[in-house]
Design a binder for this molecule. Structure first.
Ligand code: HEC
Ligand code: HEC
Length: 268
């Protein structure tokens, strides 16, 4: 303490403090934004050329040779590599035929081919949100509090369309919110950030990367649970929700009971 006050009074202290603050900010920035240095910046001309060839052959008929869009598909200007990675990685794109909603399905493309098209779109069509790094979506080592918080966030933001158990549900006009049971962690993250079709975009201002990791962790625990035989709640929406209300309600009541008992004991 003495040392600090003395230093603060000395002439060197102010610039030193500013320098240290700048250094700390730089450090924070480099820790907070690893995503800024991903695919596109490190993409080689060969990778981009490969992506261009695939794009012109399989995507341009609907999205236009310069990603400007056609009557068959929207513009890809500014969508970025993340949207391409999501759309191709989940098998939605290339769309086989015009329909209300491109279904998720196993993709015919290798990870390298998808990365090449993503790098091409990122480099040539104005750029946009980039493919996330695993530290942005990995839910490793989540505490049970964080998983519970993820469950709350899922309930508030996602369950209206995807159902409380993430098993999906119908939407108006023949569209649907798909089941999330088989979706990879990376694609869950990308869906939240890019908001495909009717799904809203959940930007970092709404859900931080920490929030998205908690949601991903919650979905992992939800879908890792083996079915207990007999009654499968997932298919029965309202029953499933009633069940949860019951569990939470009874859980809450027991907590109150414990609290009352403790209070009673202290009073005595
Ligand atoms: C038969 C036409 C067709 C083909 C071929 C096609 N797309 Fe699409 N694409 C669409 C339509 C229609 C949509 C919007 C509806 C949807 O998302 O389901 C779309 C949406 C997208 C989106 C999301 C855009 C956004 O705003 O988020 C991306 C990214 C995309 N396509 C990339 C590709 C890539 C890459 C290929 C080639 C590998 C491809 N598409 C091939 C028709 C097509
Ligand atoms: C307004 C309804 C709506 C809400 C709210 C919503 N989604 Fe979606 N979601 C959709 C629709 C519709 C699709 C399918 C889009 C498509 O196929 O292009 C989708 C697709 C997805 C996919 C892709 C699944 C796959 O099989 O590839 C994931 C993952 C996802 N949503 C997660 C979430 C999460 C997590 C939240 C909450 C933070 C959320 N969604 C909120 C409607 C919604």
């Amino acid at each position: 303490m003495r040392f600090l006050t003395r230093r603060r009074r000395s002439k060197a202290a102010k610039p030193l403090a500013i320098l240290m603050a700048l250094f700390a900010m730089g450090l924070l920035y480099s820790v907070a934004s690893p995503a800024t240095q991903s695919s596109a910046e490190t993409a080689s001309p060969e990778q981009i050329a490969r992506g261009k060839a695939i794009f012109e052959q399989t995507c341009s008929s609907c999205h236009g040779l310069n990603g400007e869009g056609t009557s068959e598909g929207p513009t890809l200007i500014g969508v970025g590599s993340m949207a391409v990675d999501f759309q191709m990685g989940t098998g939605r794109m290339p769309m086989a035929r015009p329909e209300a909603q491109a279904p998720a399905k196993p993709t015919d493309y290798s990870a390298e081919e998808i990365a090449a098209v993503a790098a091409y779109v990122q480099a040539e069509f104005g750029g946009g949100p980039q493919v996330p790094t695993s530290d942005q979506y990995s839910a490793d080592g989540m505490t049970s509090e964080k998983l519970a918080r993820g469950g709350e966030l899922f309930k508030t933001n996602c369950s209206a369309c995807h159902n409380i158990e993430g098993t999906g549900g119908a939407l108006p006009n023949g569209k649907y919110a798909p089941s999330l049971e088989k979706t990879s962690d990376k694609h869950i993250y990308e869906a939240m950030r890019t908001g495909p079709q009717q799904m809203p975009v959940f930007a970092k201002g709404t859900l931080t990367d920490e929030d998205t990791r908690e949601i991903i962790g919650y979905l992992q625990t939800l879908h890792a649970q083996p079915e207990q035989g007999g009654l499968h709640l997932g298919g029965l929406g309202p029953v499933g929700e009633g069940f949860w209300a019951w569990v939470l309600g009874v859980g809450g009541l027991s907590l109150v009971a414990v609290w009352l008992a403790k209070k009673g004991a202290r009073a005595r």
